[in-house]
Design a binder for this molecule. Sequence first.
Ligand SMILES: N[C@@H](CCC[C@H](N)C(=O)O)C(=O)O
Length: 257
Amino acid sequence: MAVEFYKYQGTGNDFVMIDNRQLQFDKNNTKLVAQLCDRRFGIGADGLILLENHDTADFKMVYYNSDGNPSTMCGNGGRCLVAFAKFLGMIENSTTFEAVDGLHHARIENDVVKLQMQDVTKIEANNDFVFLDTGSPHHVTCVNDVADFNVKQEGAKIRYSDLYGKAGSNVNFVSKISDDTFRLRTYERGVEDETLSCGTGATAVALAMNYIGETEKNLITLNVEGGQVQVTFNKVDNGYDNVWLIGPAKQVFKGEW
Ligand SMILES: N[C@@H](CCC[C@H](N)C(=O)O)C(=O)O
């Protein structure tokens, strides 16, 4: 039986999307997910997302990295899934859905999706890096010129270092452009490479830059390899709440296998 799939991208972070409301997809088939995400032997994507029914929320998000394993929250994937739910006629312009890290509110207008991220209450600031969890774990380091930096090599070193053990971490390298704008490049675990954008990474960088005093703004623009996203937040006594990730999410292909 043919399986229908769609492909979406959010600032170049790309995903195979499958409407799994009938639960026809074998969720334990790591090999199949990895093969579908393979850029030479499959469709090609940074991850695969299943849209499923939920008892009380509008839908449920099930996320896999391109290595075929389920993982923690994907911010750009969440934004793309909102666009997919709208395309399927499941939602109008606002929604609440459940992901691995809990409920998320979102709004969509044209191709722009504004996704509420989890509150962040724990941030570790060290001499040369910040670590925080924005739904997925993120190591954030400032570098002089991120445009000229070996993200894959240096990111892998940190991701596989003793700092993060077997689970590893995503790794972000950031350079300041102005008081409210940063350029960012991310090495993603589970993809084991640099991706063109990472939503939880952009969120982590915006909060980390505010936390260490690189900016006092609470609307931050992040220039990523695949475009631009924005992050807004409220600073509170124990961290950050009302955190929103904003950016484009687009359908680029439809097919079946
Ligand atoms: N691209 C994502 C993050 C996906 C999860 C990550 N690779 C992990 O396993 O931690 C995003 O947009 O947030």
